[in-house]
Design a protein around this ligand. Sequence first.
Ligand code: DGL
Length: 269
Amino acid sequence: MGDDRPIGMFDSGFGGLTVARALIDLAPGEDLVYVGDTGRYPYGSRPLEEVRGFAHQISRWLVDVHDVKVVVVACNTATAAALDELQAELPVPVVGVIEPGVASLVLATRNQRVGVIGTVGTISSGAYQREVAAVAPHLELTCAACPGFVEFVERGETRSDQVHVLAERLLAPIVEADVDALLLGCTHYPFLARTLSDVLGRDVVLVSSADETAFRVRAMLESSWAPADRGGRGRQQWFSSGDVEAFRALGARLLGPELDVASAVRWET
Ligand code: DGL
């Protein structure tokens, strides 16, 4: 007997759509409830304590209102801020994006010099530095916070001269460190992959925490509890706490045709 409850997922906005896309492709029979907290984005410049509160509120809503069978924290900042607490407190499994991303980064490098980029909140939390030190202490790690990248993505501007100039400036320490693998430690960043590659050159492998997390969720579905058993395609529900029509329009461009209808969610303060 399969477990037909939906998978719950959230991000500050559009970034988690990179995880959602990968999951829809890898586990097409699963139902998905996605929250883009666009009314409160960006998370990356907020105190981690505040992001932790948001993460609890959204996860609770996914569990209480939508009866999800797993919560995917499709946001590095929220993972850094709240994963341990969510795993301890929620009655369902909780998957974050940091640990799967690092596992894949370790496999990608040949010269053992790696980079991680993320929001100010994620990088200054030290979560990636701790994870790399725990699983691959031999790696030489260079981290760079990239304030401004998320705002470009949320405006749908992924290939402009302005974002290229910003990337050249922010990635300078990564170029300097001569890394051969760079982890995109923010789920918004895969949308900037072409710009990042233009700046870094083709020899640097870009590792997406989004893809790796989707693989992790599918593996959990298959091993620890039953995947959905309805056959055919799952149903997705998309929620935004901000401008719903703007979320639907840009979301459809970034994710694809599955994001055809979006609904509003309002948080009690
Ligand atoms: N996509 C998010 C992350 O992975 C959050 C970006 C933001 O809201 O600043 O960190």
